[in-house]
Design a protein around this ligand. Sequence first.
Ligand SMILES: [Zn+2]
Ligand SMILES: [Zn+2]
Length: 242
Amino acid sequence: MENQVIEQENVCLFCGNDLQSLSKPNEMVCVFCDKKELAKEICVENHYVCDECKHLDAKQIVKTICLKSKATDPIALAMEIMASPAIKMHGPEHHFITPAVLLTVLANLTNDREGLEAKIELAENIAMQSAPTCSWHLGTCGAALGASIFLIVWKGLDPKEQTSWDEGNLILGKSLQRIAQLGSPRCCKRDTYIAIEETVEFLRENYNIKLNTTEAKCNFSLRNRSCKREDCIFFNLKFALV
Ligand SMILES: [Zn+2]
Ligand SMILES: [Zn+2]
């Protein structure tokens, strides 16, 4: 249903920019599935989305972009995913974005992508079964849960076991503490950046894994009615998508 609305709005499912008709059909490669087709319209950034991929939902887009990505920068990859208009401003898909992005960049960093698809699907199942709705009304943010979901999948942890319990709660606690310090309700983008940054720091401290991240410059300020704007550390109007 949501994707039908997006199609009617005539915007690119990859980046949200306007679509424009081509004067004559041109062979283009779909940004999601690499299929070559004669395109009748592309977006102003030259993205083409094939007829089949126009129906991808939010979770399929997270998975498709991750499985195609060679990125080792989790912030850049999260921003690429969140630019799709299929990813709502607020929503439980953010509980899945954090682990999917982190699993992907670690696979790329170590050049070991074997099993990545299964790991991303496991993260999706955990996120959607255990954190299927936003939890801001419970006084907490589910985006932080993405950090512990990542650890469970990445290390094959069993949360019933002591070490797993400790690590999961520690990484979640660090993310929530920073969310409390920097946030206010209803910004899944900010809390996703925070959960990713805290996990990157956790991996550096505990596993000597160094992931280079770009500074998160939020480009969703104009789309989010709850944005704290100048009071948010990620605010930067010149990056804002209209
Ligand atoms: Zn586009
Ligand atoms: Zn496609």
